[in-house]
Design a protein around this ligand. Sequence first.
Ligand code: PHE
Length: 345
Amino acid sequence: MKREDIERIAASLEELKAKTEKEAEEIRIRLLGKKGEITALFDEFRTIDKAQKAEFGKVLNELKQKAQAKIEELKAGVCSEGPADAGGVDLSMPGDPLPLGSRHPVSIVRQQIVDIFRKFGYDVAEGPEIEDDYHVFEALNFPPNHPARDMQDTFFVSAGHLNPLLLRTHTSSVQVRTMERMPVPIRVICPGRVFRNEAISARAHCIFHQVEGLYIDEGVTFADLKQAILLFAREMFGPDTQIRMRPSYFPFTEPSAEVDVSCNICHGKGCNICKGTGWLEILGCGMVDPNVLEASGIDSKRYSGFAFGMGLERIAMLKWRVNDLRHYFENDMRFLHEFEAAPEV
Ligand code: PHE
């Protein structure tokens, strides 16, 4: 047994480096494994005479302890891979994944509609969700006893006086505010949340979202309305989409119509989504009633306009075949994540 062998190994311990756990383990095996260099010295130690044992016993044990300490240090070092002062924090560990959200289907549809009308030159207008009776009903030509003004249809915030506060039942109130504020010509869409006192079911909810639109200028006709709706429907539902207008009634438009689009699922043949008719109802519209223009100070002899309004949950339902309105409000991640890639049908 030679002292230099022991000193050489002891000196080489200082130089040892390991980048990975595997490298540190290889060093352990090379030095302390069954056939390791230090193990071999201990094997040799057993065979030497007494006088030498006294000389080498202590240094050999010190060498083994030093080697063990070094290997432990290396193993700890590769775990914290990085500056030694990382304080035991393993900087090489992958971070906790941040759960990525996805856009809500109603937001996706709202954005698509806003983008389409922006292209047609419409601005976006917004207004308060807590409104007064005047902007939701009175200025829109609702007669005093209209059923929408009943507590059963509208959530009142304060009742009893002349112009009670209530949760808006449609965003037509924003159109009134726009007509009061902006000079003609007016071309706006009003996206927003609306509230109706309805029992919650698969087909109805007390909260939903609308986009309403208003266009006022000289010489605006029903033909312009029809063209705007047709162009919108084709952008929204595809270039082959047809529209159909059915006479309807709203207090604030005359004449009024409800608009159906050809069913983009069965392409008019009839399926369970369109209930066999080949048509899907998507919006209400009409020519702004002269009384409404006058109430907001617009000369109805000089100007005319059209308005339209649609429910976003309904359009999203048709687009993605969602069969229950309640899904939109339950925040179930399994439902919401289905729209990450926003598949269109
Ligand atoms: N305000 C109507 C509703 O909430 C929709 C509509 C808007 C109809 C504009 C005609 C014109 O149902």
